[in-house]
Ligand binder design. Sequence first.
Ligand SMILES: C[S@@+](CC[C@H](N)C(=O)[O-])C[C@H]1O[C@@H](n2cnc3c(N)ncnc32)[C@H](O)[C@@H]1O
Length: 200
Amino acid sequence: MDKIIENTRKIIADDKTVFAAGKWTPKREAYFEVYKALMTAYPIESVLNIGVGPALSALKWNNIIKAIFPSITHFENIDIELKAVEKAKAHGDPLIKNTVLGDVKNLLDIYGENAFDLIYWNQGPEHIFREEREKTFAQLDLVAKKVIYMHCPWGRGYDGDTWHYSKNIQKSEFEEFGFECVYHGKKDSRNAGIMSYKVL
Ligand SMILES: C[S@@+](CC[C@H](N)C(=O)[O-])C[C@H]1O[C@@H](n2cnc3c(N)ncnc32)[C@H](O)[C@@H]1O
């Protein structure tokens, strides 16, 4: 396991696709901490990437996930935007070709219980309303077999985004649903984020 953890640090340090080129930042440290915590659920063999996004960004994230969790053999993705889904399918890469059109709020109907070892929802929970969390998070708990991961802005940094229905997210908002949280960056800046995870 020490070797896997050391490799994870290296992948995060060297990556220039989802992290800015250069030094070890608080954001990198936060991802490292959280990925280490997720590893307690090894082996992780299947993943659902929710809100996977347009093909290129989708591929960047799934490449990182694949590098960090090499035990994953099965990738599925879901997005509410038809264009994102069509682009991911058309791209054809095995990491993104299994992409379906759907809403995270209907996850249980779409996949059923215990469908994936890991649920990965990056830049996600800000896209649902606070009053939708209870129902949505309950479904994440059922559809995930081993671990759930989410990332979203911390504070007001991205409040201008029309599609962010939960504005100004604060500390403790996800802990109350049983998530462990790691905060990074200066709250209210565009670098500030909340990483939440649950080992089931
Ligand atoms: C900010 S992008 C994040 C893309 C990618 N996960 C990343 O981290 O780069 C948010 C994505 O979530 C999708 N999305 C928004 N609401 C959703 C919902 N209710 N169910 C599924 N996907 C949703 C959007 O279409 C968009 O592709």
